[in-house]
Design a protein around this ligand. Structure first.
Ligand code: GLU
Length: 414
């Protein structure tokens, strides 16, 4: 089991390696299923373009060097698209792995995008007032022509949100002398954002779960445990609870909370709002990791990467794992779950709603808006999830292999 304590360097390295390994493993099993040659597989694994930059940020106790990366993994389908992650332990390997997951995700969703991702190695908790603005200003200049509305479009990810996207857009426009705000998505409404981007990942994840229910012997009485109560976990819990599902466990960084009869999700959200942690609501308290191993029909890791390793996979008491966050399972974790007959909806199918929402914001910013972006988002997430179940049945493989095969076909056929 990997830990997740901040600043524990050894642990961080394990998790980073796990992420790149998981991403490469997914591409490899898809390529093997399609009987691609070694050369074709190696081409798919290699990133098209990688940019590494460094700049100085003024912290309270003086200037510090900060490293940042942008990786465009595969640009065959169109401009790169993917989020920016701000985290102290992020590095080029992790960003590369995340960028390749975006290539699969964008292709599976039928979007005209290649896969990209960026990261800034910074402890956001230590940033001084105005630190995020400084960061955006440095990034706008450092990324410059490497990104752009028709080259590579940024979006939110772990540690970033609407204000970071707006600040980056402004800085990039100034540095490039451009007036286009289509260089980043997930912006606030007054900076070119669109309403459907908010909650898009949860809406897409709910579709993945609905399709999974239809394809198994479960219904809306199926119980769900969710690790994470951030923008994905909290909204997903609300949507599924509205559908009638008992949400038996949720967690945040303060720990987990469990009730086999179903938690009161409104009360949990309220507890988080007023006191800062879901553990302040009624229910049995437990560790954040333990939320994944309670008895539940569906388990959704929606917080950490590389959390489901072989040991955790052995401890699962569920039939279906829906990967809400990116790369929550290690390679051995995936193999153990498959061996145990647990169905895993892979991350690039389960959480594609976010980038589909971003696609609509980008189209809107380019003056090419769809009539009903929300409906398109629902249709796309439903269709892509149905397609992976169909393919898995037809080819007699697991969902990850089926999804990777479809995504790779979409990249090679572009
Ligand atoms: N970070 C999100 C993802 O991993 C969304 C990226 C975006 O909207 O560009 O899918």
């Amino acid at each position: 089991m990997t830990g997740f304590g901040k600043g524990l360097t050894g642990i961080t390295v394990v998790m980073t390696e796990d992420l790149l390994r998981t991403a490469r493993h997914t591409i490899t099993i898809g390529a093997q299923h399609l009987r691609l040659s070694e050369a074709e597989t190696q081409r798919l694994l290699a990133a098209d373009r990688q940019l590494a930059v460094a700049f100085t940020i003024e912290f309270e106790d003086g200037p510090e060097l900060v490293h940042a990366w942008r990786v465009q993994h595969d640009l065959a389908r169109g401009p790169g698209k993917g989020g920016m992650r701000y985290a102290s332990d992020v590095n080029l390997e992790e960003v590369t792995g995340l960028a390749s997951i975006m290539s699969l995700k964008n292709s599976l969703a039928g979007l005209p995008f290649g896969g990209a991702k960026g990261g800034v190695s910074v402890d956001v908790g230590r940033l001084p007032d105005g630190g995020r603005a400084q960061l955006a200003e440095r990034l706008g200049r450092a990324f410059g022509g490497f990104v752009g509305p028709r080259t590579d479009i940024l979006g939110p990810d772990v540690g970033t949100g609407p204000n970071d996207m707006a600040a980056f857009t402004k800085a990039w426009q100034e540095s490039m002398g451009s007036d286009s705000n289509a260089v980043a998505t997930g912006k606030p409404m007054d900076a070119g954002g669109i309403e459907v981007r908010t909650g898009a990942t949860a809406l897409g994840c709910a579709q993945a779960i609905r399709v999974a229910l239809e394809r198994t012997d479960l219904d809306s009485g199926a119980s769900v445990a969710i690790q994470g109560f951030g923008s994905l976990g909290a909204e997903l819990a609300r949507l599924l609870s509205d559908d009638g599902h008992p949400i038996v466990a949720v967690s945040d960084s303060g720990g987990g909370i469990h009730d086999p009869d179903g938690l009161d999700i409104e009360a949990v959200a309220e507890a988080k709002k007023s006191d800062g942690s879901v553990t302040d609501a009624d229910g049995e308290k437990m560790g954040s990791i333990d939320v994944l191993t309670v008895e539940a029909d569906i388990v959704v890791p929606a917080a950490l990467q590389a959390v489901i390793d072989a040991d955790l996979a052995d401890a699962l008491q569920t039939k279906i794992v829906v990967e809400g966050s990116n790369a929550p399972s290690t390679v051995l974790g995936v193999e153990r779950m498959t061996a145990r007959g647990i169905t895993v909806v892979p991350d690039f199918a389960a959480n594609a709603g976010g980038v589909i929402g971003s696609f609509h914001e980008w189209k809107t910013n380019l003056g090419e808006a769809y009539d009903d972006p929300r409906q398109d988002m629902i249709d796309r997430t439903r269709t892509l999830n149905e397609s992976i179940w169909d393919r898995a049945e037809k080819d007699q493989v697991d969902l990850r292999t089926a999804a990777a095969a479809i995504a790779i076909e979409g990249i090679l056929g572009a």
